[in-house]
Ligand binder design. Structure first.
Ligand code: F6R
Length: 604
C-alpha cells in the first residue's frame, strides 16, 4: 500500500528519495510524489506514472538536502496528481506525506473550512497539512501533536515546515514508521527496505510517539510530546535481500528460495532433531488447550488451514481457522483455555493487528507466526515464532507460505509431543521427513519446463478450476489464489466432493481443471470425481505423488516426489506457484506488482 521515505543530510535529497521509493514500489501504488525545500519554498512534483516519471523531473530539479517522498495507493479520491502526496497546506508552509486513513476527515475538513481553509484534493490527508498549519505557532512538533490529537483513524506521517527547514517531524498510529540513523544524514521510512542501502541502524516508532529528525541527530517523544530515550537497533537484513540477484522477477527468485527458506526456518527451531521453542507458555498450559483458533488473511490464512489439518490429526485438538477481517467483528467465542495463533508475513496487516488487540483485551493466550522482525505484530506479541523467509518483495506470497507451513507443522509435532497423542517413534520419523523435505522441493523446482508447457495451455482461459479433498483442497485454495491474483484469470477452488452440489454446472468441453491429489486415503474418491468431470469434457492436470497413475485419470500430469500428506503443501504448492508465474509472464503482465494489490495491507 502507500509508502513513505524521507531524508535530511549532506546528500542530494531527491536521489535518496527516488531510490527509496523504487524499493517501496513492490508494496503497490498508483501515483507518487516528492517535495523538497529549496530557497524557502517547497519544490513539489507528483505523477500518476511510475517512479520513472519522478526520476525525469528530479534530473532537472534544484538541489536540496531535505525532502519527503510518497507512493500512494488510492483510498479517498481517484488516481490523479492533485490527490497524490505530498500535500501542502494553504499558506504553503507545511508539507505532509501520510499512510493510513483519517476516519473523521469530513468533520475536520468542515471545521477547517469554517476557519477559511480551502481544499485542492479529495483526500483525507489534506486535512492534516491544514490542521498542522492551523495550530502552527513556531513549533512543528507542538502543532503536529495538537493536530493528531484531533484525528481518528490510522496514520504514519512525515511532516516538513518551511519555517523549520532543518527538521522532519514524524508520528504514527496503527501504521508502521521507522527512522534510520546515518552519519551526517538521517532517514524516515514506512518500511526498512527503503533505506537499507544507507543504514541498518533503525528505531521503530510506537503508536502515538513522535520524533524530530535533524541532519546530525534525532529526538524521540512520547504520546504527551515529552522526551523519551532513543533506542536504535541494528536490523540484520542485507541490501541483497531486496535485489533480484540475476532473476527476471522477484517472484521467480522467491519461489526458488523456498529450499533455503525451509532450511533456515527449520534450523531456527530444530536442534539435534529436537524442537525447541522459546514460548512463555508452560507445558501445563499447552496440555490444557481446549480449542485452537488460527487467524490470518489470504495466503497466511491458507497456511493456517494446513495448520488445522496437521494439528487436528496429531493432537485431536479442534482448530478453527478464521479470516482476520471476520474474526475481529464477530465477537468470537473465546474460552480461557483457548489458544489463538496469528500468522502474518509482513506483521503489518491491519485486520490481523486488530484481531490481536481483541484477543489481548480478552486475556487469551496467543502465539504469532511472523516473518518481519520489528514489525507491529512482532512487537505486540509475547510469544513469537519467526519464519525465516527473508525479505519477500513480490506481492504474491510464495516462500513465506512455505515457511509458515513449516513453522505450523513443527508446532503441531511439538504439541503432540507434549500431549503424548502420538508415539515418539512416529514423531521422530515426522521430524526426519520434515528435515529432508527441502530436497523434495528442490526436485519439484527442477521440472520448470513442464510448468511452462502447461502454462501455455491455460494462459488464454477465462476460468480455471482447482480441485482437491482434505489437505489437497487447502493446497488448491492457495494455488487458485496465486493464479487469479497475478494472471487475472478467474479461478475457483472447490472441495471435489462438493462439485456435484452445484459447481459442476460450470464444467464443459475444454474446462481446464487442476486436481491436487497427495492424500492416498482419498485417492480412489478423487479418481471417481475425475471421471465425472472428464465425462463432461474437462481437461485435467493431475498433481500427484502416486507413481505412474492410470492415464485415463489425466490429460497432463505433474508427478511429485513421495511425500507424507501431512507435509504435502510444502512440496505441492511449488509447481502451482510456477505455473501461475509462467501464465502471467506469457500474458505479458507485471508479475511482481499485480493491479490493485499491495504487499502489506495496512488499512482494513
Ligand atoms: C497473496 C498474499 C496475501 C497475503 C495477505 C496477508 O499472495 O500475499 O493474501 O498473504 O495479505 O498478508 P500478511 O501475511 O503480511 O499478513
Amino acid at each position: 500500500m502507500c509508502g513513505i521515505v524521507g531524508y535530511i543530510g549532506d546528500g542530494i535529497a531527491n536521489n535518496v528519495l527516488l531510490e527509496g521509493l523504487k524499493k517501496l514500489e513492490y508494496r503497490g501504488y498508483d501515483s507518487c510524489g516528492i517535495a523538497t525545500i529549496v530557497g524557502g519554498t517547497f519544490d513539489v512534483f507528483k505523477t500518476t506514472k511510475r517512479i520513472d516519471g519522478l526520476v525525469q523531473y528530479a534530473k532537472k530539479a534544484p538541489e536540496s538536502h531535505i525532502g519527503l517522498g510518497h507512493t500512494r495507493w488510492a483510498t479517498h479520491g481517484g488516481v490523479n496528481e492533485k490527490n497524490a502526496h505530498p500535500h501542502i497546506s494553504n499558506s504553503k508552509k507545511i508539507a505532509v506525506v501520510h499512510n493510513g486513513i483519517i476516519e473523521n476527515y469530513i468533520t475536520l475538513r468542515e471545521m477547517l473550512k469554517s476557519k477559511g481553509f480551502t481544499f485542492m484534493s479529495d483526500t483525507d490527508t489534506e486535512v492534516i497539512s491544514n490542521l498542522i498549519e492551523y495550530y502552527y505557532k513556531g513549533n512543528l512538533l507542538e502543532a503536529t501533536k495538537k493536530a493528531v490529537d484531533m484525528v481518528e483513524g490510522s496514520y504514519a506521517l512525515g511532516i516538513m515546515c518551511i519555517d523549520e527547514p532543518n527538521e522532519i517531524v514524524v508520528t504514527k498510529r496503527n501504521s508502521p514508521l521507522i527512522v534510520g540513523l546515518g552519519d551526517g544524514e538521517n532517514f524516515i521510512a514506512s518500511d526498512f527496505s527503503a533505506i537499507l542501502k544507507y543504514t541498518n541502524r533503525i528505531s521503530v516508532l510506537e503508536n502515538d510517539e513522535f520524533a524530530v529528525i535533524e541532519k546530525n541527530g534525532m529526538a524521540f517523544f512520547d504520546k504527551n510530546a515529552e522526551p523519551r530515550g532513543n533506542e536504535i537497533k541494528i536490523i540484520g537484513a542485507k541490501e541483497n535481500d531486496v535485489e533480484k540477484n540475476g532473476y527476471d522477477h522477484f517472484m521467480l527468485k522467491e519461489i526458488n528460495e523456498s529450499t533455503i527458506t525451509i532450511k533456515n526456518t527449520l534450523s531456527e527451531y530444530l536442534k539435534d532433531d529436537k524442537i525447541k521453542f522459546d514460548l512463555k507458555l508452560t507445558n501445563e498450559e499447552l496440555k490444557n488447550i481446549n480449542q485452537i483458533h488460527i487467524v490470518a488473511c489470504g495466503t497466511a490464512m491458507h497456511a493456517g488451514l494446513n495448520g488445522k489439518n496437521i494439528i487436528e490429526k496429531l493432537t485431536r485438538i479442534p482448530v478453527n481457522v478464521e479470516v482476520a477481517s471476520e474474526f475481529r467483528y464477530k465477537n468470537p467465542i473465546l474460552k480461557e483455555n483457548d489458544l489463538v495463533i496469528f500468522i502474518s508475513q509482513s506483521g503489518e496487516t491491519a485486520d490481523t493487528i486488530a484481531s490481536i488487540e481483541l484477543v489481548k483485551e480478552k486475556n487469551i493466550k496467543f502465539i504469532s507466526i511472523v516473518n518481519v522482525k520489528e514489525s507491529t505484530i512482532d512487537r505486540m506479541s509475547e510469544n513469537i515464532l519467526y519464519t525465516r523467509a527473508g525479505a519477500e518483495i513480490a506481492v504474491a506470497s510464495t516462500k513465506a507460505y512455505v515457511a509458515q507451513v513449516c513453522v505450523i507443522d513443527l508446532f503441531a509435532i511439538y504439541l503432540a509431543q507434549i500431549l503424548k497423542t502420538v508415539s515418539d517413534k512416529v514423531l521422530k520419523s515426522l521430524i526426519l521427513e520434515l528435515k529432508n523435505i527441502h530436497e523434495k522441493v528442490q526436485a519439484a523446482l527442477e521440472d520448470d519446463k513442464k510448468y511452462i508447457e502447461y502454462a501455455k495451455k491455460i494462459k488464454d482461459d477465462k476460468s480455471v478450476f482447482f480441485l482437491g479433498r482434505g489437505i489437497d483442497y487447502y493446497i488448491a485454495l492457495e494455488a487458485s489464489l496465486k493464479l487469479k491474483e497475478i494472471s487475472y484469470i478467474h479461478s475457483e477452488a472447490t472441495q471435489f466432493g462438493e462439485l456435484k452440489h452445484g459447481p459442476i454446472a460450470l464444467i464443459e468441453e475444454g474446462t481446464n481443471s487442476i486436481v491436487v491429489s497427495t492424500d492416498k486415503r482419498l485417492r480412489s474418491k478423487v479418481y471417481s470425481n475425475i471421471k465425472e468431470i472428464k465425462a463432461r469434457g474437462a481437461n485435467v492436470l493431475l498433481i500427484t505423488n502416486e507413481k505412474s497413475p492410470q492415464p485415463e485419470f489425466y490429460d497432463d500430469i505433474i508427478e511429485l516426489p513421495e511425500v507424507n500428506e501431512l507435509f504435502s503443501p510444502i512440496v505441492a504448492i511449488v509447481p502451482l506457484q510456477l505455473v501461475a508465474y509462467h501464465v502471467t509472464i506469457l500474458k505479458g503482465l507485471d508479475v511482481d506488482k499485480p493491479r490493485n494489490l499491495a504487499k502489506s495491507v495496512t488499512v482494513e
